[in-house]
Design a protein around this ligand. Sequence first.
Ligand code: TXA
Ligand code: MG
Length: 314
Amino acid sequence: MAKMHTLLTLSVRSAAEFLNKQEIIAFPTETVYGLAGRIDSEKALNKIFQAKGRPADNPLIVHIYCFEQLSGLAENLNPNALKLIENFWPGPLTLILEGTKQISPLINAGLGTIAVRQPKHQMALELIEEVGIPLAAPSANLSGKPSGTLAKHILEDFDGLIPCILDGGATIHGLESTVVNCQKPEEINILRLGSIPFEALQEVIPNIKINNNNKSASPGLKYKHYAPRAQVQLINCPKEINSFFECAYIGFEPAHQNIQKQKIINSNELYAAVLFAFFRECDEMGFKTIFCQMPQPSGLGLTLIDRLLKASSH
Ligand code: TXA
Ligand code: MG
């Protein structure tokens, strides 16, 4: 791809202008940054796959700013899907719904379904409203790398490759949205754990299941994800660390003082918010190994464990 100037801006209007010229841009959401294109621009959709190096069979999430925008995208919403929307939108919940005939196969990989969410982020909502058309956006990272949670991360991956980054500062949650398959009312499944904890969903849909290994239901699951260059090693307690050379550590309890780079967090929320940024900082500083303390397997801890396992499986 030819190199271009990448504009870093706070102006929603400037970012919208690029989108309306069939370009792709990065924008902030409450989870991670997205790499967006208008859903009615084949040119933009192709650019998303090209810029990320994303396999064509991995479908995209469509972002809307109001419930009314859903009507052109999804049909036959069942009562459970409506309950989830009522309770969690705007917010970090992506629903897989029956798609309308108009959906481009570039968006849903020809699956006949649609992944859609209404982000809870003022700039994101203003951007989609300004464009007037929903935006397809995967996370704004090169395929396989940790998602970007700061504008700086987007520059690392896409400087010179996209014309614009809408800078909203650090994203709040730091991990991606929870993806829930709502096609069958009697069989509501979590395809990807995310920023909405499992238990919160269970309160609304008591028989909801975690099914995040079903690679045919969610094509993205078969690809390697979230991995820094450094090797990620999972530990239950910092005492397990037996080598300190070129090592970094993130966890709840302090580790041996000989470990040069340590991040101590006191909640799962904070762990989630800083994890991907920490991975990128460690790569920048050339660390070879990152030790990560495992959280308890409940609430956001389940999502963190999912990301940590993926990051550690090279
Ligand atoms: O928080 C998020 O979800 C961020 C922000 C930008 O919204 N987006 C994001 O997108 O993480 P991406 O493309 O990195 O992950 C989307 C996941 C992938 O695993 C993909 O396979 C799955 O959602 N997906 C998308 N459309 C689908 C569909 N129609 N059926 C099943 N899975 C789908
Ligand atoms: Mg992604």
